[in-house]
Design a binder for this molecule. Structure first.
Ligand SMILES: [Ca+2]
Ligand SMILES: [Ca+2]
Length: 155
């Protein structure tokens, strides 16, 4: 081996070791926690990535800071690419905040004047769409059938 190449390899090895990854079995991949596995990731900040990478460099073992994990192989319930923040990472049916409409007359259509803006459904009787113009009459959502009955009686 030429002497210059040998010195270059030694220098590269020293620099790699100095940078912190030299003694680790891999450079450490960044993964984002997705606890409910809906494709939306838990909340994180850039400093979480830096903190997890720094800890990984020090320990050469899996490191986690908030919703960020740095490891050689992908841990369960994580994704390798950040997509969007999950408003509830423990509910597979909730990803982003939605307007919920209460269906008080139980006809399957929510009331536009009785809403909540939140992550998941408030509970039974709440729908993600509204439009019931007669929220106290289960037989109509528009009032047109009532108008038709009244009009036919008049004529
Ligand atoms: Ca999630
Ligand atoms: Ca979720």
């Amino acid at each position: 081996m030429p002497r210059l190449l040998f010195y270059c390899l030694v220098l590269a090895g020293l620099l790699t070791g100095y940078m912190g990854y030299g003694q680790c079995s891999c450079t450490g991949n960044v993964y984002f926690v997705d606890n409910d596995e809906d494709g939306f990731t838990a909340h994180w900040y850039t400093q979480d990535i830096t903190a997890a990478q720094d800890e990984y460099k020090r320990t050469c073992s899996r490191a986690q800071s908030a919703g960020v994990i740095v490891a050689c192989t992908q841990p369960p319930k994580t994704v390798s690419t950040f997509s969007q923040i999950d408003c509830d990472d423990n509910d597979v049916n909730a990803q982003t905040k939605t307007t919920w409409y209460y269906d008080g007359d139980n006809n399957g259509v929510g009331d536009d004047n009785n809403t909540q803006y939140r992550c998941g459904s408030p509970g039974q009787g709440w729908y993600s769409s509204g439009g019931d113009r007669c929220p106290n009459d289960p037989n109509t959502t528009t009032g047109l059938n009532v108008l038709f009955k009244l009009t036919s009686k008049v004529l």
